[in-house]
Design a protein around this ligand. Sequence first.
Ligand code: ADP
Ligand code: MG
Length: 268
Amino acid sequence: MPSSALFVQGLHASIGSVPILKGVDLQVPFGEVHAIMGPNGSGKSTLCHVLAGKPGYEVTGSIEVAGSSVDSLDVHQRAQAGLFQALQYPVEIPGLELEVFLEEAATALGVDPRQAAERISAQARRFDMERFLGRSVNGDLSGGEKKRSEVFQLAVLEPKVMVLDEIDSGLDIDSVREVAEAVNEMRTEDVAVLMITHYSRILNYVRPDRVHVLLNGVIVESGGPELADELEEGGYAAVRSRLGIAAPKTSDHTPKVSDLFTDTPFDL
Ligand code: ADP
Ligand code: MG
């Protein structure tokens, strides 16, 4: 098995003429959890989308999953290669039972239907999701249950790389702990987890092996879990001042009216 589950080199991404990612290098070995931390607008969600192969970006650089390039693959093919993204806002699919949805998702990825059923029941036990299998996908779930369900769904698909975009956002403290437990449950030597987060709160429960700070589309600093503690204390301003990076102009953070009408929704 190659040691790196995810290997990213010189990743640039822009939308139209606007550069968003400006040369991201990242290496996540199998069995490790890495956190990407950054303020709003630093490019965290863009990084997730570009890794997952979402269309609409001009991308250069290279992305490898378990030693194979995924650069020319679309979202579905990247999922087949083992790269999955959990959404910041999980979608609800009324009327479609979770179990049926997962059987279809797994067979679409080439898993034999009987094996899919076995995986679903085994993972449902592991994540304590059995009572949700007959309910509609993400319907009538609390915030924390929805996020746990997302991690469970990914687990059934046996990812090599799991990219979690702000899985802690909008959750109360008990729900953060619940989701953190699900992420910890995923921590095995067969999976690499990339946890994207604005706040260090979830990192109190999921201790990452490495922390990377993303500012303005570039990873400006990487370190051990203590880097998250430092961010908790001094905020991103402390990192900027230590590295001599100018604070963004306030206009960078003010949504433009045109942003509100963009065809591609994104979180501010
Ligand atoms: P984060 O997730 O860190 O908050 P994003 O990746 O959502 O950051 O956004 C990074 C930057 O790219 C922001 O300045 C944002 O306004 C811009 N951006 C993101 N998506 C779009 C889009 N579809 N069209 C134009 N600009 C975008
Ligand atoms: Mg985001």
